[in-house]
Design a protein. Structure first.
Length: 263
């Protein structure tokens, strides 16, 4: 770096601001450390000096992974403005969006979802249900009980029934005892009858692995959901002459509460 005095100054500033802190190395570059700690000024200097925004550590992480995981909104925004690729996966198969969802970083999740590049991350990937490390932003948010992030993902159009080897996000929420998440997913139309690669429904998992107060409530919700008939509207419907009638949009999930017996 001797021939890059501006870079040298930026590097010194990054490390002097972190003096005395103990971080694992993972062959991280100065930009990684600045992202990890949310240091905007050193970040600006490093970017101005030409640091690579998509350079990966030994863990496969780019600076955006670290900024997203630790909830550093301004730094994440800066990296995106300098063409950081939010679709890059680390060695654990996770994107910056995955980490933001896993750790409950609502602001960063909103920022990443506003990026056109992240739209593809909301769709199922080939091998999702066979990859042992397969996951999705929704699964990670559900597992950790991040209700607000789940709402953001659903609003953004994520496939709510997306499956990994462990099942849907409902399987994750049920296993981890996240009662409010289970309720939200069911209210949003997730299919409670889906079986994972071990042929287990979410209800099967609760019976097999959990025995808490939360699990009793979850069991009841899942039993009720399994008994209900859910259908998806094929087209829009509204009755302009009856203000009390249903107003349905194509794709809406409708739970049938009463099924008449036909003779």
């Amino acid at each position: 770096l001797g021939h890059r005095p501006d870079m040298s100054l930026a590097v010194r500033k990054v490390f002097s601001s972190m003096e005395g802190q103990d971080f694992p190395q993972y062959s991280m570059r100065p930009l990684h450390y600045a992202a990890w700690q949310g240091r905007s000024e050193p970040m600006k200097m490093l970017l101005k000096s030409g640091s690579s925004v998509n350079g990966q550590s030994d863990e496969g992480q780019i600076p955006l992974h670290l900024a997203a995981q630790h909830g550093h909104y301004d730094v994440s925004e800066m990296l995106l403005q300098h063409q950081s690729n939010p679709c890059i996966v680390d060695n654990a198969g996770k994107t910056p969006l995955d980490l933001a969802c896993e750790f409950g970083r609502v602001g960063v999740v909103q920022l990443l979802l506003s990026s056109n590049m992240c739209a593809a991350l909301l769709e199922p990937k080939p091998g999702d249900s066979t990859n042992p490390n397969g996951t999705s932003p929704l699964h990670l948010a559900a597992k950790n009980g991040h209700i607000d992030i789940i709402r953001l993902l659903i609003q953004a159009g994520i496939d709510i029934n997306r499956q990994t080897k462990a099942g849907t996000a409902l399987h994750e929420a049920a296993l981890c005892g996240k009662t409010d998440v289970v309720r939200l997913l069911l209210d949003s139309g997730i299919n409670a009858a889906v079986r994972n690669t071990y042929s287990q429904t979410a209800l099967d998992i609760v019976y097999q692995f959990t025995a808490t107060q939360a699990s009793r409530e979850i069991k009841q919700m899942l039993r009720d959901a399994s008994a209900a008939l859910q259908v998806r509207a094929l087209k829009d419907y509204c009755n302009n002459y009856d203000l009390t009638s249903l107003n349905i949009k194509a794709g809406d999930v409708i739970t049938v509460q009463h099924q008449p017996i036909l003779c």
